[in-house]
Design a protein around this ligand. Sequence first.
Ligand code: GLY
Ligand code: MN
Ligand code: MN
Length: 429
Amino acid sequence: MRYNIPKNSFFINNRAKLIKKLPKNSLAIINSNDEMPRNGDQNFPFRQNSDLFYLTGLDQEKCIILMCPDHPEEIKREIVFTVKANQSMVIWNGHRYTKEEVTDISGVNNVQWLDAFDMLLRDLVLHSEHVFLNQIEYFKYQTEVPYKDLRFANEIKLKFPQHNFKRLAPLMADLRAVKEPEELEMMQKAVDITNKAFRKVLKTTRPGVMEYQVEAAMSYEFLMNGASGHAYPPIVASGKNACILHYLDNDKECKDGDLLLMDFGAEYGNYAADISRTIPVNGKFTPRQKDCYNAVLRVMKEAIKLYVPGNTINKVDAQVKKMMEKEMIGLGLFTQEDVNKQNPDNPKYFQYFMHGMNHYLGLDVHDVGGKDTPFVAGMVLTCEPGLYIADENIGIRIENDIVVGDTPFDLSRNIPREVDEIENLMLKR
Ligand code: GLY
Ligand code: MN
Ligand code: MN
């Protein structure tokens, strides 16, 4: 295993927190993610369902957990099903969990092979009034792919049409949004690995290097340090490419005089880092690049102070947009008079800073949580102001990962971000 998994007390506690949120006589069911087909006989690399991982620590396909806390038979209150490996599976794919291993990792004592699933599911459903089913409920996301939890929901509704089915996702979102100490440790590790990768990039970037070679330096450090790889496809965007917000080609040459914007993060034990840094390809910012960079950095430093209990994503975003507007006036991009006359539906700043400046972070890079949900200590969010001046080939984003608290804590505090620090480290190439 590449990563150190938290002790099973963490997963036991997560299940206890979920059980507290369930009404009496409930059953909750969560499936492993599918092994997603690629082409021919290949699958994409397996990535566990974040909710199943959060509740069990199991990082293998074809696992299912049933939680039925009021079942009259204590042994049936919590059951994990997993695949029984046959000889051919072991030869081709390697070891699969034994029942004892499932218990060690998750703390669930009743572990069954999948062939017992249908009968036990029937028993648990018939003992329950409410059946909580899982689904992806990310606001701005839709998919045509009928993934495992969704297929399962359709199947079970056909089998038990008189039952009362409920949404599990909002309950899981409430739980997952506030991180436990074990999770902060995993996230710190993901950020620290990303820091190593950034320092490697500072040493290897110079005019003539290709964007994919910068990406290769990141990937190398990630894998060398126990990450499973990138938490999301990295953006390595030089010059005007940095103004393409979701630039993923990473196939251009980094040119003398250009900036290089990198948005990248390691995934460690299924937890994500999400960091952005912007550096001069040749090791020295021009005066204009420096002014623009420091404007974004000033805003970031002020913005981090807003990551306190009670604030919300939308409130912080609105305040930061005002700060950036002021900086843009200072940089001569438009005047206060232009702002006074602007169409409020299309503010001047939007031309140069057109994305949200924060989101929740955790098992998923855009993690669960609401934009108007008041922050609570222990939530983790990104802080990512940006400035994109396409006419000047300038695209800047600086992104850190912040734990909410009366004194916000910066997981990325050790990743260089000052102009002098970056230039000095690049001098040592
Ligand atoms: N890396 C994606 C984001 O910053 O939201
Ligand atoms: Mn982000
Ligand atoms: Mn990012």
